[in-house]
Ligand binder design. Structure first.
Ligand code: GLN
Length: 547
């Protein structure tokens, strides 16, 4: 049966709980244990699929088609364990399940309450698959003291109480602010946050303290004494050049040892940190740099394109170059010449997105990359934009557009080269959708296979003609335009296995121009860069050497 590590945060949000959890997961793996990481989020959305990327950052999609929190992306990137539906839950999902059971009469005669009904539902969720791994790491979103979080904190308290002694530990992340005026690190917010935890019955076993300054031994002792944890279990977390240094940094500061001590695992298996040493080496020893423009809509919040940014970094590691990313707001050149905004970049990436705003700019970016022979990677909406661009400018369908925008714009006349997908095959059944369906969870989601053309560039890059990638889209390129577009050099080089859904397009006469209907960024890892990103960066390096 798994040992459980519950990870909570206090003082302020955005302390890097997800990263600390992911790094700890990778360190336990390095010591030979199996792990699974989970995120429990207190918000009331049933899942983050309907939240704005501006507010919540990217939606991470799993193989089994769940739309989840971006922290699951960290978990996968650090542990290589594919996340699944049962690794992410929100209050909204828990309440909706409880209410569904209430309607069905599962609790007949009872008054439904937060304790025990909601807390039991949370505990049941945590328990799923508990016999399958050595360690289950469960991160609670938000900070201790938030009203929304209380049922989760109560549930994990009860959970550890239900389990035999020594089966569960609590790890709490806090911040030690530095007061420049007095030149001191302050421990009081940490003490308060631990007090808050203790007031709801949770005594942390490990404290991870974020700090910009080295934490003096004396302060570490003080925190240990006042917060009732062992001194070795007060683990400093300093700012790092790259998040991928986190496993080595946490190991140096003794986090994995403190966790094993808390569980009384002795002797501790020796860690093999080879892959993280290699990753760190690739970050620190680069031979050149490239500049990539990400032409998108949600450019004010980098987290909106988290996995893309990371996958580009991995592509850089594969080529031993530093990848500088510039966020370019497509809307700015919706009606202008994009050249002043895009000249000088070694590659252009148009990411996924929803809605019409900024799409004319993205189409212009696709044209700029095609005609100037700059490497172009179009992801999901970025592929649809590339197809519309080719339809307009190569195949002379000046009114080419997507049903996604024309519905919004009040049904203007257009040729829908991208249409609303109503039917597709999943496994051995057909999924059907209507335009009027609910928005939540109804896209073509999760892993689907694609078959690649033998002599295509993508087949060469992947080194195979059968791939499996993750999807999240409602619209699709219309196959009826394949012939017209291929005649002009836009090749449909990847298709769904039944040959009905275009999955990849590429421009024949171009150094590197590829659009994919799926999200390759979701499967890239620092120790296993995705082939498309590795090769995209390689092509950008070629461009950088020419100029
Ligand atoms: N909005 C487009 C669609 O639904 C693209 C989605 C995406 O980029 N993830 O098909």
């Amino acid at each position: 049966m798994a040992r459980f590590i519950f990870i909570t945060g206090g003082v302020v949000s955005s302390l890097g709980k997800g990263l600390a959890s992911a790094a700890l997961g990778s360190l336990l793996q390095a010591r030979g244990f199996t792990v699974r990481l989970r995120k429990l989020d207190p918000y009331l959305n049933v899942d983050p699929g309907t939240m704005s990327p501006f507010e919540h950052g990217e939606v991470f999609v799993t193989d089994d088609g769940a739309e989840t929190d971006l922290d699951l992306g960290h978990y996968e990137r650090f542990t290589g364990v594919p996340a699944c539906k049962t690794d992410s839950v929100s209050s909204g999902r828990i309440y909706s399940d409880v209410l569904e059971k209430e309607r069905k009469g599962d609790y007949l005669g009872k008054t439904i309450q937060v304790i025990p009904h909601v807390t039991n539902e949370i505990k049941d969720f945590i328990r799923i698959g508990e016999d399958d791994v050595d360690f289950m790491l469960c991160e609670i979103g938000g900070t201790v003291g938030d009203i929304e979080g209380l049922p989760f904190f109560e549930a994990i308290r009860q959970f550890s109480h239900d389990k035999p002694r020594g089966q569960c530990i609590f790890m709490h992340l806090t911040l030690l602010p530095y007061l420049a005026a007095s030149g001191e690190l302050k421990t009081k917010p940490t003490q308060h946050s631990v007090k808050e935890l203790q007031s709801i019955g949770i005594a942390p076993d490990i404290l991870v303290c974020r700090s910009e300054q080295p934490i003096p031994e004396k302060e570490r002792e003080k925190i240990a004494l006042f917060c009732n944890v062992r001194k070795e279990a007060v683990v400093p977390a300093y700012d790092l050049k790259s998040i991928y240094e986190a496993p080595l940094a946490y190991h140096r500061e003794g986090l994995d040892q403190a966790v094993l001590d808390a569980f009384n695992i002795s002797p501790a298996p020796r860690p093999d940190l080879g892959i993280w040493q290699d990753v760190a080496d690739r970050i620190h020893h680069t031979e050149g740099e490239i500049n990539v423009a990400i032409v998108g809509k949600y450019t004010q919040l980098e987290d909106a394109y988290k996995s893309i940014k990371e996958a580009l970094t991995h592509g850089g590691m594969a080529n031993r170059v530093k990848v500088n990313v510039d966020w370019v707001d497509a809307e700015v050149f919706d009606t202008e010449d994009p050249a002043p905004h895009l000249e000088g970049f070694h590659a252009i990436l148009v990411p996924g997105g929803f809605g019409e705003r900024g799409t004319e700019g993205k189409i212009k970016a696709a044209e700029f990359a095609r005609t100037r022979k700059i490497p172009y990677l179009g992801i999901c909406l970025g592929m649809q934009m590339a197809v519309i661009e080719a339809a307009r400018n190569l195949a002379r369908m000046e009114d080419a557009g997507s049903e996604e925008f024309d519905f919004e714009a009040g049904k203007k006349r257009f040729t829908p080269v991208v249409y609303h997908l109503k039917e597709w095959v999943q496994g051995n059944h057909t999924v059907s959708r209507k335009v009027t369906d609910d928005k939540g969870g109804t896209m073509r989601l999760g892993a689907y296979d694609a078959v690649l053309k033998d002599d295509s560039k993508v087949a060469e890059i992947y080194g195979t003609t059968r791939i499996e990638e993750r999807h999240r889209h409602r619209y699709e390129v219309d196959l009826r335009f394949q012939k017209a577009l291929e005649e002009k050099g836009l090749i449909f080089s990847g298709m769904s296995p039944d040959g009905r859904l275009p999955e990849i397009v590429e421009v024949e006469d171009h150094p590197w121009y590829i659009g994919v209907q799926f999200h390759p960024e979701l499967k890239s890892k620092p120790f296993a860069p995705h082939p498309l990103f590795a090769d995209f960066v390689r092509a950008a390096v070629d461009v950088s050497r020419l100029v």
